[in-house]
Design a protein around this ligand. Structure first.
Ligand SMILES: [Zn+2]
Length: 47
């Protein structure tokens, strides 16, 4: 499950809610960053 983190209100927003409109459904903030659970980081390599 992929989440985004809203920098305005700090809530986690499920990817499903973001893919249509890049907007926080809770506060309307337009700046969202990708949130990765810690246990998934070691499986992801930066390219
Ligand atoms: Zn928000």
């Amino acid at each position: 499950m992929i989440y985004y983190l809203c920098i305005s209100c700090g809530r986690k927003v499920p990817h499903e809610l973001v893919k249509k409109k890049v907007k926080c459904p809770y506060c309307g903030g337009k700046i969202l960053i990708k949130y990765r659970p810690q246990n998934a980081i070691k499986h992801i390599k930066a390219r």
